[in-house]
Design a protein around this ligand. Structure first.
Ligand code: ZN
Length: 137
């Protein structure tokens, strides 16, 4: 029986779908790297929120060695994207969130919908063209 992969808790999805390089030599498409949501979260917690690995791993509900692996993988992917002028795309990976997050396909806003509301529209522009972030794109 395949072992179920342990999910990594993240606080919020990235506020973007990806990053694209511009103005680089050749100007052609060099491909992309897939940055998992949990990798994005690991980088953000340590290098933006300035937490240590112990704090960050407990916030994500994983062991410190597992956190260190995710963090290392995130750094390598970002370094590869920079060094090779590659696009970065965010993908869901093995993350989970306390709330269901949605992406607006019209204005790219990220938002949650309170349980008390059953009308699913963008919190910013009121578009009905929204998707759950758990689905890829
Ligand atoms: Zn919108």
């Amino acid at each position: 029986m395949p072992r179920r992969r342990k999910l990594r808790k993240i606080v919020a999805p990235p506020g973007f779908r990806g990053y694209k390089p511009y103005g680089f030599r050749g100007g052609r498409n060099n491909g992309h790297v897939d940055l998992l949501y949990e990798e994005y979260e690991a980088i953000k917690l340590v290098d933006y929120d300035l937490m240590n690995h112990l704090e960050a791993s407990s916030l994500m509900g994983i062991s410190r060695p597992t956190f260190a692996r995710i963090y290392e993988s995130a750094r390598r992917k970002i370094a590869q994207a920079l060094a090779e002028s590659r696009e970065i795309r965010t993908v869901y990976g093995n993350a989970y969130m306390d709330k269901t997050w949605y992406i607006c396909n019209d204005c790219n806003a990220r938002f949650t919908i309170p349980d008390s509301i059953n009308h699913y529209t963008c919190a910013i522009c009121k578009s009905e063209n929204i998707s759950s972030v758990t689905s890829n794109n």
